[in-house]
Design a protein around this ligand. Structure first.
Ligand code: PEP
Ligand code: MN
Length: 341
């Protein structure tokens, strides 16, 4: 971090800046006298609140952080891409990984038929919610443990590993017994007790972007999991809240190359929740793949009109097959964007 003194700062102001920096054990202030300004370099691991403290001191014009606050998630300290490995599925490599299935687990027939169909079309991970975060408490909130058992059955039937959401810290142990990837939903991205628990589980974790979260807060959510010693973390752009009401959310397509630049973690996209409409899913999925996404999370249902949750955005088996053909075509021509010039 660098503290830039204002032009009219005094010797006392500089002394106070130096004193406040060095009051933190392990930190050292190094003063540089420029032609116009004095700047103070802060050497050592900067505590999170120091920037705000420095900005309030007399004679300080600007405080510029040099290192990112998310050290473990940052590319600065980890230049190579990370990979999340789930059995034979590698997330974060050149091949996009498609995770597909219904919004919610509803019954055995729905789960098994969907698992078979998405596998046949090329998906390599099966999705399905058993614990559903719903805006209204009167909506279908998922089958809970019975849903997890049906996911396990579909996995045994098809061999597809399972991704499913966990909403409460107290449910992590149970969900981790059934899931291969624990999903943290948009509404829980800043549930820090949950992030600690999924970190401790040691299971691969997908952190969906909070619907109003800037990149830094999202990467700090990943930092919580990484800080517990769990390096199997991936991110998913699922759309942010904009002013447009036609689509459910707005997929921030630039988030994909931005996250790849800031972080080494795999980044996927969810064209289903971001659009809310089945006929927008394929075009937005293709945009995400073209932008470099390491994979997609897509909702598919045998009969979307009868779905208990998110039918309007769910693809039929046929539409999912068509999307997959186009995804393969786009993925075959993309090149990984360079991280540096
Ligand atoms: C989901 O993927 O099932 C889901 C609820 O998504 P989000 O948390 O992004 O709304
Ligand atoms: Mn859904």
């Amino acid at each position: 971090m660098i503290v830039v003194m204002s032009k009219d700062s005094t010797e006392e102001n500089l002394e106070e800046v130096r004193r406040r920096i060095e009051a933190n054990s392990g930190l050292k202030a190094q003063v540089f006298h420029g032609v116009e300004r004095i700047v103070v370099g802060v050497l050592g691991t900067v505590p999170p609140d120091l920037k705000e403290q420095m900005e309030l001191l007399l004679g300080v014009s600007e405080v510029v952080p040099i290192s990112k606050p998310y050290k473990l998630a940052s590319r600065e300290f980890h230049p190579d891409n990370s990979k999340v490995v789930v059995g034979s599925v590698v997330i974060g490599g050149p091949e996009p990984v498609i995770m597909a299935g219904p919004c919610s687990v509803e019954d055995e027939e729905q789960m098994i038929s969907t698992a078979r169909a998405v596998k046949a079309a090329g998906a390599t991970v099966l999705r399905g919610g058993a614990f559903k975060p719903r805006t209204s408490p009167y909506s279908f909130r998922g089958m809970g443990l019975d849903g997890l058992k049906l996911l396990k059955m579909a996995k045994e039937e098809t061999g597809l590993p399972i991704i499913t959401e966990v909403m409460a810290p107290g449910d992590v142990d149970t969900v981790a017994q059934y899931a291969d990837i624990l999903q943290v939903g948009t509404r829980n991205m800043q549930n820090y007790s949950l992030l600690d628990e999924v970190g401790d589980s040691g299971k691969p974790v997908m952190i969906k972007r909070g619907m109003a979260a800037p990149y830094e807060e999202w990467l700090l959510a990943a930092e919580y999991v990484l800080a517990r010693g769990n390096d199997q973390v991936m991110l998913c752009e699922r759309g942010i809240r904009g002013f447009e009401q036609f689509t459910r959310f707005t997929l921030d397509v630039a988030a994909i190359p931005v996250i790849k630049r800031l972080s080494h973690l795999p980044i996927l996209a969810d064209p289903s929740h971001s659009t809310g409409k089945w006929y927008l899913v394929t075009p937005v999925a293709l945009a995400a793949i073209a932008a470099g996404a390491h994979g997609l999370l897509v909702e598919v249902h045998p009969n979307p009109d009868l779905a208990l949750c998110d039918g309007p955005q769910s693809l039929t088996f046929e539409n999912f097959g068509n999307m997959m053909n186009q995804v393969r075509a786009v993925a075959s021509v993309r090149q990984d964007a360079p991280v540096a010039r």
